[in-house]
Structures are given as structure tokens and as C-alpha cells.
Design a protein around this ligand. Structure first.
Ligand code: GLY
Length: 368
């Protein structure tokens, strides 16, 4: 693999390129929140399925400000963050962590302004309203009986709101959701299911299912990386070692089942997948593994996680993935996958892939 100083140079080049692509996006399509490209273009008539990506652009703009110190990026970051403030009371999605942690939390961390913190706390409290006492989980956007693995990336904002307001019941909700997800969606081999279905009358767990993976009993790659990253976050808030163990089990599965370059297919179990890569899962894994390297108390495991994360970053900063040599492509990272069954964002750039790729680059460079 590339040595450390060369890798850092690749990360700086990739962030510079991200700046070029982001400037194009916000200048050409002002106040537009893209989700995935179609043939490399952000603006198209493809459906969204659900609204969960609106914080990623603000988050990317905050990271560009960190990378450059240029007031242009700060003004854009504040603007795009303000545009999503009304979502703090949105009860239609399970994604308020994605929306506010990416954007407003970065803004708050920079300023320490309590008015910004209040918005994040309110979003966390709104997320807590999704809790189903029968079943002990936060319901997904699709139905009351549905639990998604993705929600592990949105439970952190509930922990945050609970701890900031010393709300013991909200803390219970966050912990119980993680325990239920661990019990019903994470398997003995460290793989994860996308969705769990519950009996609404009794709260009984009925079965595993999927929307974006191959089958209910298979391993959708992005879902596993949401778990890898999210259980690490749950451990950092709760100190519950079961969550660290779960994150590490997911990390082990990822490292064992993925080719040496570090980029998985959309689902590890699907025979002969039509597309070899799901780059957004790799970006999330890289950033989550860099978190785990700091969370684990074991120096050997820390080296393993960091080394693997750097391998992913090395791969994703090559022109096969970084769109730097693809004229006319508006995204940063190619070969992402949103929803293959619905033919949405297949082998394209996807906003969460861009966001977590940039986050991993920033971590390698010591910005985050
Ligand atoms: N809905 C979240 C995802 O596609 O990963």
C-alpha cells in the first residue's frame, strides 16, 4: 500500500477535487439537495424513495471549510445548514441523525453556540418519538412494524439529546433500541440484516427482511457498515461494552468478506452481482473503522482497523473511484449504489458516499 505521506497527499488532492465538484454543484444548482447522480449528473427526475440526505451537503461544505479555511465555504455551509433547520420536527423519517449530525453538529463544534446545540437536541428528541414500547425499537420510515439497521446511524443524536438534557427516559430509548437491533439484526457471524419485522400487538420479533440487499437472510454491505459505525457511536455515548463488541464483530465480517482492495459489492451473499462495487459502503467503513481504532482498548486491533481503513482510502483515491479523470461527472466518488431493485442510483455517485468519503479523508489528515 501507498506509504503514509503519499496517502496524505492523495487525501489532500481528493479534497481539493471535492472542492471543485462542490463549487460546481452549489453554483450551478443553488439550494438543491441531490441524492444520487444519473450518468454522473446530479439533476434528474429519478425518485428519492425517502428524504434522508439533506444534511450531507452542509456537512461536506463544513469539511471544505476545515480543509481550506476559506470564508466562501463557511458561508455556503451555514446557508445549506439553515435550509434544513425545519427538519428538526420531521416525524416522517428515521434519519434526523444523518440530517443534523452531519451539518448542525459540525457547525456547533466550530462555534460552541448554544442556539445551534438546541436545534440538534430538538432533532434528537423528535427521533425519540419513533420508539415502539412493544418491541423496544425505533420504527423505520416504512411502517410501525419495521426496524432498519440504518437507524443505528441516527441513534447517536438521541444519546446526545438525552445526555444534554439529562433525560433518563430518552437515554433508555437509545439504549433499548441498540440492544434490540443487536439482538434481532446482527447475526452470530457479525453480518447484519437490513430490516426486522415485529408483531405490533405483542412486540414479538417475527423475521429479518430487506429492501436494498439481495435477500432477508443475506448481508447488504451498506447496512453492515451503518452498524459498524453506529454501534461504535453507541459505545462512545453509553460505555456499554456490548456495543463495542458488536461494532467489532461487524468490522471483522467486513474485513473477512471483502476483496483486498477494500470495496465490497452491494451484498456479499448475492451470487454473480451485476456490479462489483458499492463504494459508499467502503467510505462508511473507512470512517467507522477509524473511529473503532480509537475506541478499542487493544493496540493490535487499533492497528488492524486503522490499516484497513487506510487501505480503503488508498483504493478510493484512485481514478477508478475518484472521478478526477472522468470528464463531465459531477460527483466525487464513483461506483456507489442506492437502491438496485428500484434501479435508483446504480453505479453512481451518492451523497452519503461523498460525505463519508470526505469524512474519512479529513480523519486521515487529522481534521476530525
Ligand atoms: N436509506 C439509507 C440507505 O440507503 O443506506
Amino acid at each position: 500500500m501507498t506509504d503514509r505521506s503519499l496517502l496524505r497527499a492523495k487525501c489532500r488532492t481528493a479534497l481539493d477535487f471535492a472542492g471543485t465538484q462542490l463549487r460546481h454543484l452549489v453554483e450551478i444548482y443553488p439550494d438543491f439537495f441531490p441524492m444520487y447522480t444519473v450518468q454522473g449528473k446530479w439533476k434528474h427526475s429519478g425518485e428519492a424513495w425517502t428524504n434522508w440526505c439533506e444534511g450531507f451537503l452542509g456537512g461536506q461544505l463544513w469539511m471544505m471549510y476545515k480543509h481550506t479555511g476559506d470564508a466562501y465555504w463557511r458561508a455556503k455551509a451555514e446557508h445549506y445548514s439553515r435550509l434544513v433547520e425545519h427538519r428538526k420536527t420531521d416525524r416522517n423519517v428515521h434519519d434526523l441523525g444523518f440530517v443534523f449530525w452531519s451539518s448542525w453538529k459540525r457547525w456547533y463544534d466550530l462555534t460552541g453556540d448554544d442556539r445551534l446545540k438546541a436545534v440538534i437536541v430538538e432533532a434528537g428528541q423528535t427521533m425519540g418519538l419513533r420508539f415502539k414500547e412493544k418491541g423496544q425499537y425505533l420504527r423505520s420510515f416504512v411502517a410501525d412494524e419495521s426496524l432498519f439497521i440504518d437507524i443505528m446511524m441516527n441513534v447517536g443524536i438521541i444519546y446526545y439529546a438525552a445526555l444534554q438534557t439529562q433525560d433518563a427516559d430518552l437515554l433508555r430509548i437509545a439504549n433499548q433500541h441498540c440492544l434490540t437491533t443487536r439482538k434481532t439484526l446482527v447475526r452470530g457471524d457479525g453480518s447484519t440484516a437490513h430490516e426486522g419485522i415485529f408483531d405490533l400487538e405483542t412486540g414479538e420479533f417475527l423475521r429479518q427482511s430487506t429492501h436494498q440487499g439481495w435477500r432477508g437472510d443475506s448481508s447488504w454491505a451498506r447496512g453492515l457498515t451503518w452498524a459498524l459505525y453506529g454501534f461504535g457511536t453507541a459505545y462512545s455515548f453509553s460505555g456499554d461494552v456490548r456495543f463495542l463488541q458488536t461494532a467489532e464483530a461487524c468490522a471483522n465480517f467486513y474485513m473477512e468478506r471483502t476483496p483486498d482492495h477494500g470495496v465490497p459489492p452491494n451484498d456479499w451473499d448475492e451470487p454473480n452481482p451485476a456490479y462489483p462495487y458499492e463504494s459508499s459502503a467502503a467510505a462508511i467503513a473507512a470512517s467507522g473503522l477509524l473511529n473503532l481504532a480509537k475506541l478499542t482498548g487493544d493496540p493490535a486491533r487499533a492497528r488492524l482497523y486503522e490499516g484497513y481503513a487506510l487501505r480503503i482510502v488508498d483504493t478510493l483515491t484512485e481514478p477508478e473511484f475518484l472521478a478526477v479523470e472522468t470528464p463531465g461527472w459531477e460527483g466525487i466518488l464513483k461506483h456507489g449504489m442506492y437502491h438496485e431493485r428500484k434501479s435508483l442510483g446504480v453505479d453512481e455517485s451518492v451523497m452519503w458516499g461523498e460525505h463519508f468519503f470526505m469524512e474519512a479523508l479529513c480523519k486521515v489528515l487529522g481534521y476530525a
